[in-house]
Design a protein around this ligand. Structure first.
Ligand code: KIV
Length: 269
């Protein structure tokens, strides 16, 4: 099956349909979401929260991202694999950014990378793109620097913040990003940003007028219940289903109902 390409992604802004991106962090879920037909798989640093049990994304390391991105890349046949650069693996300098992005592409076989930040990170985006690696930007609520933003809040609500966010969007486009994630941005502003850019916007909590949407897989299928953001739609409750299955297994083992004769092996005759 042919891999989705960056030009095809850019083209979808003009032609539609909206881009579909979802996170995955391992081989089996990468295969499932790839077979389900998503366009892009993001190995987000949300890995830290939904798979590794960290309180937020700040402690995630580049080695952890490489380990999980490599597993996803082995499972994705058609979808483009986006490897997320974790906190402080790109902000220090353009050189650091190129080296970290290079590891995600060379060691983990990511097709492209994502990083958080607007004008302040434009020089890092430009350096990575110049090195030949496609970059997806991420503006609005940027969880790696949520403390600086005053917490996990909707961004761009007043006129000045909205202007700043539009400038961020223009800066990442000018720096060479092929797409930009808009996280927790009011619908009207996200619509204006989407209309003002030539690259696709991919929204999460940014309304229906972005050029695509992204959700965290574990939120969507009910495998992460520490908190559920307002923008999440839960399409399944796999957590409850898995708990039920394991409870039944516990009961059957304790009552001697499992394994049955059909699960055993006879003697060789
Ligand atoms: O890490 C992540 O999963 C993300 C998405 C929420 C966009 O950055």
């Amino acid at each position: 099956m042919a891999k989705f390409t960056i030009p095809e992604i850019r083209d979808r802004k003009r032609r539609g349909p909206p881009l579909v991106m979802i996170t995955a962090y391992d081989y089996p879920t990468a295969r499932i979401v790839d077979q389900a037909g998503v366009d892009l798989i993001l190995v987000g640093d949300s890995l830290g929260m939904v798979c590794l049990g960290y309180p937020d994304t700040v402690p995630v390391t580049l080695d952890e991202m490489i380990h999980h991105t490599a597993a996803v890349a082995r499972g994705a046949e058609r979808a483009l694999v986006v490897g997320d650069l974790p906190f402080l693996t790109y902000q220090v300098s353009p050189q650091q950014a190129v080296e970290s992005a290079g590891r995600l592409v060379k060691e983990a076989r990511a097709d492209c990378v994502k990083l958080e930040g607007g004008r302040t990170q434009a020089d890092k985006i430009e350096a990575i793109v110049t090195a030949g690696i496609p970059v997806m930007a991420h503006i609005g609520l940027t969880p790696q620097t949520a403390t600086q933003l005053g917490g996990f809040k909707v961004q761009g609500r007043d006129a000045e913040a909205a202007r700043a966010l539009m400038e961020d969007a223009k800066a990442v486009e000018a720096a060479g990003a092929f797409a930009v994630v808009l996280e927790c941005v009011p619908t009207k502003l996200a619509t204006r940003i989407s209309q003002g850019l030539s690259i696709p916007t991919i929204g999460i909590g940014a309304g229906p007028r972005c050029d695509g949407q992204v959700l965290v897989l574990h939120d969507l299928v009910g495998l992460f219940d520490r908190f559920v953001p307002k923008f999440v739609k839960r399409y399944a409750d796999l957590g409850a289903e898995m708990r039920r299955a394991v409870e039944t297994y516990c009961t059957e083992v304790r009552e001697g109902a499992f394994p049955g004769p059909e699960h055993g092996f006879g003697e060789e005759s």
